[in-house]
Each structure stands twice: as C-alpha cells, then as structure tokens.
Design a binder for this molecule. Structure first.
Ligand SMILES: *Cc1c(COP(=O)(O)O)cnc(C)c1O
Length: 359
C-alpha cells in the first residue's frame, strides 16, 4: 500500500491533517452549524423548476459571470449594492481561498484573532500564505485599540475578522472593523457566515470608500443550503476584478446557479426559521446554565458551552446516544449547534446524564 509518505508531497504539507468533522447521517447532527430545519417544501419545488429549466443547456458551460445570481444577491443584501460589487463561489471557503490566492501567497501574512474558524490556517497553508492567530481579549471579545495595535505590529496582507465568531458566537462592533481597516494597508475580510442570526450591524454598511474591505457571507448556515455550496461576498468592484484573475473558469456550475437563484428569490421563506433558532438558542442556553454550565453569549446558531470536567467524555457519551456535537480547542468547552425543537429537547434530555456519567 502506498502512503502519503511515499509521494513527492510538498514538504510543508507533510504531517498535516485534513479538515474533517465527523458526519452522522442517521443521528442528530449538532456539530457543523447547519440549519436543521432544512429547505421549506415550497422552495424545494421552486428549486426543482429552476434546475429543470437549466437542463436543456447543460451541454454548455455555465454563465461564467453568473450575472443573474449576482443581481439577486445584491438585491437581497440591500445597502444600495449592485452586481458589480458581488461575487460568489462554491462555499465561502472558496471565497476565502480566492482572496488568499489574489492577495496572499509566499512572503505574505494572514492575521486573525482566535479561537476562530479552523479553516483559516488551512486556506492560508494551501495558498502558501503565512498565518498568525493572535489571542482574543477577555470573554473572546475584541476592542478597536487592541486590534489596531496588533495589525500595525504585524503588517499583514490579509486580516480576517469573524463576526459573529466561530466557535465563540461573539459579534464585534463596527468600530473594531473601522479600526482594523485604518490600521492595515492589506485586505480586511469580515466573515459574516452567521450574520442572519445576529442583531448587530453588518460591516456591509462600512463598504463605501473602503475598497480593501470584503464582507463574506454563506448560504450554508441560516439559508439551510449547505449541500449546494454557495458562498458570496460584497466588496468594491475592483476586488471583484481581482477574483476574476484567480477563479477557475466557470467555477459555479449551472445547477449551483439555478438552485441558488431560486433560494435567493425565496429568501424570506428560506430564512423563516432564523428567529425560531434564536429563540431556541436562548432556551437551550438557559437550561444549560441551570445545569451549572457556562454559556457564552451567542449571536449565531450555536453555543459555546464550558465548564465540562471532561468535554471529550461528554462528546463520546452523546455520540453513543446518536447525537453529535463539536469538540473545540477551548479548555472544558464544547460547541453545540442549535437544532430543531425536538432535537434540542433530546440534547437537553441527554445532557444531565452525560455530565453525571463522569462522576
Ligand atoms: C460555516 C462557516 C463558513 C461557511 O463555509 P461554506 O464554505 O460557505 O460552507 C465560513 N466561515 C465560518 C466562520 C463558518 O463557520
């Protein structure tokens, strides 16, 4: 059997681990922040119709510029954006990768503040970009002064601020983003993968006259569309031109474009469970606190819960019961996605015995 060690692999990739959250298709999956409510049936029908219309043209390459989809996304985001300020790719991970391809690379640094999204270092590595993750401040917050100072001290080509932040759920104020922008001559990416769950202001409101600012969004979370792989971004039209230099030709398939157009046209229905998920989040948080656990304030569809004596054992216990949550690098903590009401009930039913099983 050939192993990786036998191949002429890039030396900097030797010994690295692939991203891989376990999947448990028959269980209750509260580990990757999907929207458990799924795509509403009326939208499923609309998606089918939109895909059906595209079938007769599948022998042709898709619209390389996916103009219709960009128009719909611009309209959905609002803020007076037009399609020239919008770009999309196969998940916001591909958006981040394209930004690194265009603005990172050898000898350039990407800077973020952790604990944060585990894919940032992976994307940096794949694009040969140096990566530095500095610690967040107390309670995983960030202040304008701290962020500004650290950026000036490290001179990054790319700064990534995740808000609300994965895995902590913390949102940052716009003055932090303004300070970060003023402190860097590089690109500033605000990853708003969970923005729909947050009542904080979007950094999109800061786009005007900030041509190095990028706001990244995804349909994988609130939109319940993780399987389609559609991420998008808003930025100055010149940044969109930079994306055209590095994207693969025709990177968004006709099927992806068709499904996404239907979903954005039906955004109101697609997002109809967002409020309910936030309500469930606060219910679950309150119940966890009654169990003596610490729950960080969250503006997303998940909770960072700490105070577990042995989070791995709790993870294993829940996994054995068919319910999967997420281990983190944060001491005594687990990250738990908010599911449907019955899923959350099951979680709350299992948790006391999961904790007791340690004693
Ligand atoms: C889930 C997530 C994404 C989304 O990735 P997709 O490629 O769009 O599915 C991006 N950023 C953060 C912080 C996330 O948690």
């Amino acid at each position: 059997m050939t192993s990786l060690e036998d191949l002429p692999l890039r030396s900097d990739l030797r010994g690295s681990e692939p991203y891989g959250a376990p999947q448990l298709p028959d269980g209750i999956q509260l580990n990757v922040n999907e929207n458990s409510y799924g795509v509403p049936e009326s939208v499923q029908k609309k998606i089918s119709r939109e895909i059906e219309h595209s079938l007769s043209q599948l022998h042709r390459y898709p619209d390389r510029e996916f103009v219709e989809l960009r128009k719909l996304l611009a309209n959905f985001l609002g803020y007076g954006l037009d399609e020239n300020q919008i770009w999309a790719a196969n998940g916001s991970n591909e958006i981040l990768q394209q930004i690194h391809q265009a603005f990172g690379g050898p000898g350039r640094l990407a800077l973020s503040f952790g604990p944060t999204y585990s894919m940032y270092p992976v994307i940096a590595k794949g694009t040969l970009t140096d990566y530095l993750e500095l610690p967040r401040e107390d309670g995983f917050t960030l202040s304008p002064n701290y962020v500004g100072e650290q950026i000036r001290a490290n001179n990054p080509s790319i700064v990534i601020l995740c808000s609300p932040n994965n895995p902590t759920g913390t949102a940052i104020d716009l003055d932090v983003i303004e300070a970060a922008y003023d402190a860097t001559e590089g690109m500033l990416i605000v990853d708003e993968a969970y923005a729909e769950f947050s009542d904080s202001d979007s950094a999109i409101s800061l786009l005007e006259n900030r041509p190095r600012l990028v706001i990244s969004r995804t349909m994988s979370k609130a939109f319940a569309f993780a399987g389609v792989r559609l991420g998008y971004m808003a930025a100055d039209a010149a940044v969109i031109d930079a994306m055209r230099l590095v994207r693969l030709p025709y990177h968004l398939s006709s099927l992806t474009q068709a499904a996404s157009r239907a979903a954005v046209m039906e955004s109101e229905t697609m997002l109809s469970n967002v409020r309910e998920i936030s309500v469930q989040r606060e219910r679950v948080a309150a119940e966890f606190r009654k169990l003596g656990l610490d729950v960080y304030p969250s503006k997303s569809n998940f909770l960072l819960v700490s105070g577990f004596k042995d989070p791995r054992a709790v993870f294993d216990y829940l996994m054995n019961q068919g319910l999967i949550v997420r281990k983190t690098t944060i001491e005594s903590a687990l990250r738990i996605t908010i599911g449907t009401e019955p899923e959350n009930n099951k979680l709350l039913e299992l948790m006391p015995s999961a904790i007791a099983s340690l004693d």
